[in-house]
Write a protein that binds this ligand. Structure first.
Ligand code: GLC
Ligand code: CA
Length: 553
């Protein structure tokens, strides 16, 4: 046995973006009671763990990723009683909950920052990074310098994100212990773990060096700082090791070769991380010149690299979408004629590659990018800040900016969940939703798909159940059979005499191929077509976006 068997390895994780999941009180904004009202849906889907994007008190500059009070609830999301009720209901239904831990930065409205910026002598001053002069040329992920001027004390503070998201100084022991106490507060309530926001960025190089020539904006200057492992080990000792909880770190700027240092089996730091190698790049310039989408060969290469780099020394994750990326269907599938079949094909891949899979709300019904027609339709600080710099200050064309945003903006993943074909997709009874809906909700919605046996939603359910039946999906070795093919993603998974053969056609055309090894006694476990054309012997033909999973000896 190469791996120890643990619940979070066997689980399917489902991410909820609370603002866009379900509105219970007709203000057009999703909330905790809304989530509680949909627990039957989640249970029926078969997922095991819910990752909740931030629900903490926040002025909401970055949709809750700017926290002003870690032990209270964002006003629009409800109350602590609503949280407790949601957590209890999830647990009663056999679901676990992990919450977002956003501790690289706070909101500038957090009491710590208010104190810190009130005077240089304030005991909280050292909770943040202050400099008399801007010390380097670092840029913020949300445009402009990473240093902002504080009027009251006439110094500059570091913010890797918006200037209303000042970075915390982890060097300060009191700060670290305040964070551990806060984590214990939530663990005592019974939450089952944390997704850790940009955790790779918490430890800064306190020399704050400039970027060397031609390496402007290089992430390696922000991430994996000198003491990151020391801090995570301390956090583990003080907090995580005391609970049977799971952790997944958002590993912005972490390279595959560095992964094991975070997620080693010795259990001293984190259980899992997720990388950015196939994410849509965050650089500001992409809002004018978006990078080309990854080809299938590139995607496989990235996946293979991480699978090998972690190997049996730790545990991997799989995701193709989340609240920071456009919709996975728009990126890797087809939103036209092959919409249904390609969404199911992506489900097959997501749920059959090795590593704990992360589903993102709405992907299970094939939600795709929305068509934003003007900048005012967005509600994302990243877009607004980039627009300010690129268009207002630098004079780039707003059409070009809009076009790029329609391809890469995070809001594509944040449009409200499409529950049914009624007004506002059944997300709210208010007249307006906080962010516009994707108008395809009249034909892409949960209610319809619950009824249709061959819907994308029912396919996800089948696929999730299959994972639960066959351990090879979880613990099987992964062997890529055609790493250099840009058309099909074809792989084996092998575990204790059970073998899977997974075939996915990533193209809108038919693909035929042969095997040079014997596939004995094969049983078709799953197909995303209503009818599969069988050929004898070792030859296979896959129609557009077809997927199949065989069990063989
Ligand atoms: C993470 C979050 C993202 C947020 C950023 C700053 O990358 O996923 O949504 O804007 O951190 O907290
Ligand atoms: Ca609401």
């Amino acid at each position: 046995m190469k791996y120890s068997k643990v619940w979070w390895k066997e689980a399917v994780i489902y991410q909820i973006y609370p603002r866009s999941f379900m509105d219970s009180n007709a203000d057009g904004i999703g909330d905790l009671k809304g989530i509680t009202s949909k627990i039957d849906y989640l249970k029926d889907l078969g997922v095991d763990i819910i990752w909740l994007s931030p629900h903490f008190k926040s002025p909401n500059v970055d949709n809750g990723y700017d926290i002003s009070d870690y032990e209270n609830i964002l006003d629009e999301f409800g109350t602590m009683a609503d949280f407790d009720e949601m957590l209890a209901a999830l647990h009663q239904n056999g679901l676990k909950l992990i919450i977002d831990l956003v501790v690289n930065h706070t909101s500038d409205q957090h009491e710590w920052f208010k104190q810190a910026s009130s005077s240089k002598e304030n005991p909280y001053r050292d909770f943040y990074h202050w400099k008399e002069e801007i010390p380097n040329d670092w840029v913020s992920f949300f445009s402009g310098s990473a240093w902002a001027h504080d009027k009251s004390t006439n110094e500059y503070y570091l913010h890797l994100f918006d200037k209303k998201q000042p970075d915390l100084n982890w060097e300060n022991q009191k700060l670290r212990h305040a964070i551990y106490a806060m984590m214990l507060f939530w663990l005592k309530k019974g939450i089952n773990g944390f997704r850790m926001d940009v955790i790779s960025l918490i430890a800064k190089d306190l020399d704050f060096p400039n970027f060397p020539l031609n390496r402007f904006g290089d992430l390696s200057y922000y991430a994996n700082g000198p003491k990151v492992h020391e801090y995570l080990q301390e956090m583990n000792q003080e907090v995580l090791s005391k609970y049977d909880c799971m952790t997944v770190g958002e590993a912005f700027g972490v390279q595959a070769e560095q992964a094991v240092s975070y997620v080693s089996n010795d259990g001293k730091e984190l259980n899992m991380i997720y990388h950015f190698d196939h994410a849509v790049p965050r650089e500001e310039s992409c809002f004018i010149a978006p990078k080309k989408e990854f080809s299938l060969v590139e995607l496989k290469f990235i996946f293979n690299k991480w699978d090998k780099a972690i190997g049996t020394n730790g545990w991997n994750t799989v995701y193709f979408g989340n609240h920071d990326n456009p919709r996975m269907l728009s990126r890797f599938g087809d939103t036209g004629k092959y919409f249904q079949v390609s969404a199911k094909m992506l489900a097959t891949v997501l749920l059959s590659l090795p590593g704990t899979p992360f589903m993102y709300q709405g992907d299970e019904i094939g939600m795709s990018n929305a068509n934003f027609t003007e900048i005012a339709e967005y509600d994302d600080v990243q877009v607004f800040n980039a627009f300010e710099v690129l268009v207002n200050q630098q004079g780039n064309s707003s059409e070009v900016f809009l076009k790029a945003s329609n391809q890469i903006a995070r809001d594509h993943a944040r449009t409200p969940m499409q529950w049914n074909k009624n007004k506002n997709a059944g997300f709210t009874t208010a007249d307006k939703t906080w962010l516009k809906l994707n108008d395809n909700y009249t034909h892409v919605n949960v209610a319809d798909q619950v009824e249709q046996p061959n819907s994308i939603l029912n396919y996800y359910k089948k696929m999730i159940q299959l994972r639960k039946k066959h351990e090879v999906f979880i613990y099987g070795d992964y062997i890529d059979l055609r790493p250099n093919c840009n058309k099909i993603w074809l792989y084996k998974r092998c575990f204790e005499g059970e073998n899977l053969l997974v075939m996915n056609n990533f193209t809108p055309t038919t693909q035929s191929f042969q095997f040079d090894f014997k596939i004995n006694n094969r049983i078709l476990l799953l197909t995303n077509l209503e009818e599969v054309e069988f050929l004898e012997n070792q030859e296979f033909t896959l129609t557009p976006y077809e997927s199949r999973i065989y069990l063989f000896q």
